[in-house]
Design a protein around this ligand. Sequence first.
Ligand code: HAM
Length: 424
Amino acid sequence: MAIHRVKGTYDVLPGESYLWQALENKIRTILGLYNMREIRTPIIEYSEVFHRQTELSDMVTKETYDFDDRGERRLTLRPEGTAGVIRSYVEHKMYASQELEKVYYIGPHFRYERPQKGRYREFYQFGVEAIGALDPALDAEMIILSYDFIKRLGLKGVRVRLNTLGDESSRTAYQEALKTHFTPHQDTMCEDCRQRLVKNPLRILDCKVDAKHPAMTSAPKTIDVLNDDSKAYFKQVLDHLNAAKISYEIAHKMVRGLDYYSHTVFEIEADIEGFGAQNVLGGGGRYQQMVAELGGPDLGGIGFAFGMERLLMALEAEHVTIADIQTVDVFVIVFKEADRTLATKLLYELRGADLVCDMNYTKKAFKGQLKQALKLGAKYLVILGEDEMSRGVVSIKNTKTEVQEEVLLKQVKRYLVDHLGAEQ
Ligand code: HAM
């Protein structure tokens, strides 16, 4: 049987990787503007980092890749970035040296989900966490950063939706309100939701099976149960967003798919025709308990993450180009076997001048070499022809203008550097 890639994974092929690199470069540049520094944490963590008592989301209870290593340690492939970052924040006591730690990460994450377009079992996220402060200005900054990021990427059909879950007591009140609301409907709800009703009613709101249940539309909004402090906090977040003229929508029943949130939650949604069902490009929110749960002090944070596959899909759908396909500056064509050593020397010399060069290594005839050069998008051909070589010259051809000139061997580098420089 032929060996395939694992279900729900994909290969980034050489012809596509330039897009990933360009996206990563953009992420690094933009996050730098917000004074974010990169953190790199392991892909494997002890399971308790993710499997915390308070985390009952589907992602953690049904979708993690858990396994025992050979030393019988229970480990989990990270399904999301936040918990690992907080584990590291606590372990390295970052709170002792920085009042507010602002970090970002880019890397693979793993969820055992049903694969479909825009949803994979191994997927890339870039995420941001700002840990150590409870300040509406910081919540607003995270939303502004997501908005700014999308704008700078060049995406247009995108909207920002946000909501608040309020502080712990508001969140509890909301759970109660949902319980009261859904209990009379439990007989017509799915089995999972009947359990959620007991354990964690908040999760009912993003049930995929019961999404169209009539009781969903009439469910209470978070705003209905917020206490005054939480209302005031949210109002200040909105004041900051309004001051910066950021457009957003309030989604009164958005609770997000993870259990660690309180106060502000938000999502960035693609509104692009034909984009498909997986249209949430990114999302995040505030978490006030996780640092303490993982053994740290009573400090909160806020962050978000974007799915990189979905960002690339959105760029493609909107025909936004973030990078040019990698091309070759110079392709050296050799006629005689004996001149191949000279070609090797020439390539080394030209690369020394930072030119992207290549030649053929499968001993193709002239026509084949030419075809290869054009396929690679070579800007110049350096032709080591039999007749030219006997005169100590080579032919250099500009593939676009088709102008061909004879150049002394020792002047090839100068010629190409000058001509390629002039093209830019
Ligand atoms: P999340 O909403 O679970 O949040 O994931 C963030 C983004 O990752 C999603 O909006 C989506 O674009 C992408 N994503 C999630 N699952 C998949 C998948 N199976 N395939 C492809 N893309 C996927 C978090 O992960 C939180 N840690 C965000 C956060 C940071 N909250 C606070 N800080």
